[in-house]
Design a protein around this ligand. Structure first.
Ligand SMILES: Cc1ncc(COP(=O)(O)O)c(C=O)c1O
Ligand SMILES: Nc1ccccc1C(=O)C[C@H](N)C(=O)O
Length: 395
């Protein structure tokens, strides 16, 4: 059995805060602070340029990728780290399109995160391809024989709705298309198994449920059947077969390493590597079971005590990731009042109160405090105050 009391202790959780926003930015694992301090003191300062070899900075993107692989049902050597998620979406989508010459249709859904849709729009525009966007529940029926790539985010960033990765990937394959999955809200939140789903490409970020810190690098996975055929398109020198040959012509590295672009973010990778230590003794089955307990308890508690909000997530936990959202017409102000009371979730336009439950550090006491806090704020109307209506730049 996974010891979730121990995993919770691994984090710095500020006094007086109930943190339910790990679906946007995970809290700091204490070991990450120490690891970064050590990296600065022993590696950057003392080794200087030799750190690339001596401290293993150069191979870090693959080594960290191997640690993430276990959490998403991938094998060793199949995942590599680097860049931001938007860039990894670009690489995976462009590579997938290139593997389906003659087909030009990308299918996604309206619940996808805007950055994924923007990347697809840009690519479609430059390649003369077509991006079709349908409602999440209409995806299956929209998989037609002209499709090149099905590009979905498994867990919807607003509703928490979870797509059936196995079934939709199989449908895409039946139609002759490839399936690309964005695991931003899945990795570290649910029991992902890319190999069992037989997906083609996957990407994700590490600053949410993997707790790598703000701006932590993204990951990309290529199924082994494509790894040596996929064209990176965004061809950078660190994805070259021999970067230090300084050959003027590009030749892709073998396997997923061709998806590296430029210099890896070494300090951020040190923080992420330490954050991944927390996962060493965690079973994904236990993680999923605990996530369901927490989200079910939250839904039951809010529905019993907050008549002014309506559930905006699937009620069936099998159809949900590890987050729950509720709608309230004044959602922004209600969330600001809640945050001021020490209960941190977030708001997504137009009216969504969003709460992420990270089984590594959230527990039923957090659920109880969040339910009580929300019920009180809605009951006493304290959210209806001028200062809670001021919009911040980042929400
Ligand atoms: C599903 C999804 N895709 C893409 C992004 C954007 O990632 P990034 O800002 O790291 O490029 C996010 C979150 O920011 C996301 O949740
Ligand atoms: N990277 C960020 C930087 C600043 C503020 C939020 C984010 C998020 O990641 C938002 C998240 N993708 C979301 O699902 O809303």
């Amino acid at each position: 059995m996974t010891d979730f009391t121990a995993t919770r202790r691994a984090f710095h959780l500020p006094q007086g805060i109930t943190y339910l926003d790990g679906n946007s930015l995970g809290p700091m694992p204490v070991a990450a602070r120490d690891r970064v301090a050590r990296m600065m003191a022993d590696e950057w300062s003392e080794m200087l340029i030799t750190g690339w070899n001596k401290a293993g900075w150069y191979v870090q993107p693959r080594k960290v990728g191997d640690r993430i692989a276990r959490l998403i049902g991938a094998g060793p050597g199949q995942v590599v780290m680097g860049d931001t998620l938007s860039i990894k979406v670009f690489q995976a989508l462009s590579a997938a399109l290139a593997l389906r010459p003659g087909r030009r249709v990308i299918l996604s859904d309206s619940g996808n995160f805007p950055s994924d849709l923007y990347v697809a729009q840009g690519l479609a525009h430059s390649l003369g391809a077509e991006l079709r966007v349908v409602a999440p529940e209409a995806v299956e029926a929209a998989i037609t024989d002209d499709l090149a790539v099905l590009m979905l985010t498994e867990v919807d960033y607003r509703t928490g709705r979870r797509h059936d990765m196995d079934a939709l990937t199989a449908r895409a394959h039946d139609a002759g298309a490839l399936a690309l999955w964005d695991l931003a809200h899945s990795a570290g939140a649910v029991d992902v198994d890319l190999t069992a789903a037989d997906a083609d490409f996957a990407v994700g970020c590490t600053y949410k449920y993997l707790n790598g810190g703000p701006g932590a690098p993204a990951f990309i996975w290529t199924h082994p059947r494509h790894a040596d055929a996929a064209q990176p398109i965004l061809q950078g020198w660190m994805g070259h077969d021999a970067p230090f040959a300084f050959d003027p012509d590009y030749r892709p590295a073998t396997g997923v390493e061709r998806m590296r672009v430029g210099t890896p973010p070494v300090i951020a990778l040190a923080a992420l590597d330490a954050a991944l230590d927390v996962w060493d003794d965690v079973s994904l089955a236990d993680l999923r079971a605990r996530s369901i307990v927490l989200t079910q308890a939250f839904i039951a508690g809010v529905e019993a005590s907050c008549p002014d909000v309506t559930l905006n997530s699937p009620r069936d936990p099998a159809l949900r990731g590890s987050q729950v959202s509720f709608c309230h017409p004044q959602g922004y102000a209600v969330m600001q009042a809640l945050i001021a009371a020490g209960i941190v979730g977030d708001f997504r336009a137009p009216d969504v109160l969003r709460f992420g439950f990270a089984p590594l550090y959230n527990d039923l006491d957090d659920v109880e405090r969040a339910v009580d806090g929300l019920a009180r704020i809605l009951r006493d109307g304290s959210w209806n105050d001028e200062r809670f209506h001021q919009r911040a730049a980042v929400t």
